[in-house]
Design a binder for this molecule. Structure first.
Ligand SMILES: C[S@@+](CC[C@H](N)C(=O)[O-])C[C@H]1O[C@@H](n2cnc3c(N)ncnc32)[C@H](O)[C@@H]1O
Length: 242
C-alpha cells in the first residue's frame, strides 16, 4: 500500500467545519498534521493532541503491543500498572482497554499534559488514576508493572526541526546524555514494585547498553531484555523480576 501523504491525511481527517486553506498553510509552515487536526490514532484509541503533549509514535504502539504479551504471560489477574510521563495518556488508555480490571495510575510533571490525558480518558470511557508527579514524588503503592516512555533525547542532539519547533521540550530532552529518567526510575523503583514485577521502557536507539548496565546494578537477579523496533533499532528494555 502506498502511504498517505500528510496533505492527503489532512484532507481526509480535518473536521469539515474547519478551514482547509488555513490548515494547509499551517502544514506548509512546518506544523505536524496531528496538531493541526487536533487528534490522532494510537493502538486502539482516538486521542486529542495539542502542543502540550508529545504526538504518540508508532514505536510506542509497539511498546504497548509487547507489554500486552508480557502481561498475559506474567500477570494473569489483579494487575496494577504505573505509567511515568504519560503525556496524552496514550499508554494507560490503550492498556486499560486491553485489561479492563487493571488498576492503572499515570503521572506527568506537566499539569497541561495531564489535562489532555484526563480528557482523553473521558473520551475513551476508561478510568485511570492521574497524578501530577515529578517521577515518583506523588506516587504511593506497589505495582506489578512500571512502564515509561520518558524524555530521552540528549540536550545537544540535533533533531528534526518539525519536532524541535513544535513538540514540548519537556517531553523530549533529558540530562545525563539522555539517561536521567532511566537512572532515576530504576534507582527508586524497588520501593514501588511488587516482588514479581516488570519495568518496561522505550529507549533511545543508542542507549541500550548503558541502560542495561544501570538495570544490572540495581536488579542483579532480574532478566534484562533489549528489543528492537520495526526499524530494527534498539528501542525497548524490559527488566523482569520473576
Ligand atoms: C516522551 S514523552 C512521552 C509521552 C507519552 N507517554 C507517549 O509515549 O507519547 C515524556 C513525558 O514525560 C513527562 N515528564 C517530563 N519530565 C517529567 C518528570 N520529571 N516527571 C514526570 N513526567 C515527566 C513529559 O511532560 C512528557 O509528557
Amino acid at each position: 500500500m502506498i502511504p498517505m501523504t500528510e496533505l492527503e491525511y489532512l484532507k481526509k481527517y480535518l473536521p469539515p467545519e474547519r478551514n482547509l486553506e488555513e490548515a494547509i498553510k499551517r502544514l506548509e509552515n512546518g506544523e505536524p498534521v496531528q496538531y493541526i487536526i487536533g487528534e490522532t490514532y494510537f493502538y486502539n484509541s482516538l486521542l486529542k493532541v495539542n502542543k502540550d503533549v508529545l504526538i504518540p509514535r508508532p514505536e510506542t504502539e509497539e511498546l504497548v503491543e509487547k507489554v500486552v504479551k508480557l502481561i498475559k504471560e506474567y500477570f494473569p489477574s489483579n494487575l496494577s500498572i504505573l505509567d511515568i510521563g504519560t503525556g496524552s495518556g496514550c499508554i494507560p488508555i490503550a492498556l486499560k482497554k486491553e485489561f479492563q480490571n487493571a488498576n492503572i495510575t499515570a503521572c506527568d510533571i506537566s499539569p497541561q499534559a495531564l489535562k489532555v490525558a484526563i480528557s482523553n480518558a473521558k473520551l475513551n470511557n476508561v478510568n485511570i488514576n492521574f497524578q501530577e508527579s515529578n517521577i515518583f514524588s506523588n506516587i504511593d503503592g506497589k505495582f506489578d508493572l512500571i512502564i515509561s516512555n520518558p524524555p530521552y533525547i540528549k540536550e545537544d542532539e540535533e533533531i528534526m526541526p518539525i519536532v524541535k519547533n513544535n513538540e514540548p521540550h519537556l517531553a523530549l530532552y533529558a540530562k545525563d546524555n539522555g539517561l536521567y529518567f532511566y537512572k532515576e526510575i530504576i534507582k527508586e523503583s524497588s520501593k514501588y514494585l511488587k516482588s514479581k514485577s516488570i519495568i518496561a521502557f522505550e529507549i533511545g536507539e543508542e542507549e541500550g547498553s548503558a541502560i542495561k548496565d544501570i538495570a544490572n546494578t540495581y536488579f542483579p537477579n532480574a532478566k534484562i531484555i533489549l528489543e528492537q523496533d520495526f526499524r530494527h533499532l534498539n528501542r525497548y528494555i524490559f527488566i523482569i523480576n520473576e
